[in-house]
Design a binder for this molecule. Structure first.
Ligand code: MD3
Ligand code: FE
Length: 217
């Protein structure tokens, strides 16, 4: 039998708790499904190609984006929102591939969100130099629903702040295959991605892809 804990002793942190309350860091969780995820990603991008969207302020994003699932996140001069149609193709976004959905649902369940059913998957594509400045994700209706993120390709430095923009940020490396679930008290924390460093990934070349699964509607 293991050493009994003193009754008032806090439980030891699980390895998935390194990012703090409301998060679950599942290192390498996507690796067993790598092939299915990469072929699904190529199929989505063939139907709804990556594009550099324009912010309401008129800036072209350095990150290229597409979506799959019933809803997709977009930005243009009129603002940020979720849409059912891809404005580039005027068609529905591609169906969410089953390997995507299964991975997101199983990661959420592992993190303590057994009822998570994503209706949107935003796919970000970074080249060296591309970045995402500090922001909150608040275009979704229900902040009790988590967001599941999957990192593929080149490594990145994730910037994780607090609930106010001015709060200090910690830098966390995210590598190919890492999955993170962001829920409850972490759901509205500011976050971003530092400019991607130059590199070459054996499977994905000079790119990093990030999938974020959301319940938007
Ligand atoms: C923490 N994407 O698409 S994923 C985004 O790597 C976005 O492309 C980054 O931020 C990327 O909105 C970061 C990690 C992430 C995603 C959503 C979060 C962390 C989050 C929502 C709340 C708190
Ligand atoms: Fe975000």
């Amino acid at each position: 039998m293991g050493t009994p804990l003193f009754p008032s002793e806090p439980a030891p942190a699980l390895p998935q708790d390194v990012l703090g309350p409301g998060t679950a860091f599942l290192a390498g969780f996507a690796l067993p499904q790598e092939e299915a995820l990469l072929s699904s990603l190529a199929a989505v991008a063939k139907q709804s190609p990556f594009r550099h969207m324009i912010t309401p302020g008129g800036f072209r994003m350095s990150v290229a984006m597409t979506n799959c699932g019933p809803l997709g996140w977009i930005t243009d001069r009129t603002g940020y929102r979720y849409t059912a149609l891809d404005p580039e193709t005027n068609q529905p976004w591609p169906e969410m591939p089953q390997p995507f959905r299964v991975l997101a649902v199983s990661a959420a369940r592992q993190a303590g969100f057994p009822n998570f059913i994503p209706d949107a998957c935003l796919i970000n594509r970074y080249e060296p130099g591309a970045r995402m400045s500090l922001h909150q994700d608040k275009d979704e209706h229900d902040f009790a629903q988590p967001i599941v993120s999957v990192s593929l390709g080149l490594p990145a430095t994730f910037l994780f702040g607090g609930l106010a923009r001015a709060d200090k940020t910690v830098r966390v490396p995210l590598v190919h295959g890492d999955v993170v679930v962001w829920g409850s008290s972490a759901r509205l924390r500011y976050h971003g991605i530092a400019p991607l460093r130059e590199g070459e990934h054996p499977r994905l070349g000079r790119f990093r892809y990030n999938l974020t699964f959301r319940k938007a509607g």
